[in-house]
Write a protein that binds this ligand. Structure first.
Ligand SMILES: [Zn+2]
Length: 126
């Protein structure tokens, strides 16, 4: 192997540049700036949000839980208003309090201990 022909390489580079424009031979890092960095980070964020949905994760009590925990076995009928809850937003409340979100706000919030006692009572009857 002989020395690379630098002259030839320089000519090739020049030819590439003339054909494809300056961008083709420029160091990618020199095109990087704060705005691109932001864009890149946003893309990562969007991607991670996407995989959130893919795995059917829902946030519950500050934890990420698999949606499967809720959807399959859960009794979707609110013990308070006896409505069948299709709303995904009710999942957490159905799972934890056996009632829909509306009933949670109306009867359970700030009275959780009492509610659980009532639930125990209800379940004892079943
Ligand atoms: Zn309800």
């Amino acid at each position: 192997m002989t020395e690379p022909d630098w002259d030839k390489i320089a000519k090739l580079e020049k030819a590439i540049m003339e054909k494809y424009g300056e961008r083709a031979i420029i160091n990618p890092k020199s095109l990087w700036n704060e705005e691109k960095e932001k864009e890149y980070l946003n893309q990562i964020k969007a991607l991670s949000n996407q995989s959130f949905d893919e795995y059917n994760l829902v946030e519950g009590g500050g934890f990420l839980l698999s949606n499967k925990l809720f959807t399959s076995d859960i009794n979707r009928i609110c013990v308070s208003c006896n409505k069948y809850c299709l709303n995904k937003g009710d999942n957490l409340y159905l799972n934890k309090f056996r009632c829909c979100f509306n009933c949670y706000v109306q009867y359970v919030e700030d009275r959780e201990q009492k509610w659980f006692e009532k639930l125990k009572h209800l379940e004892g009857k079943e």
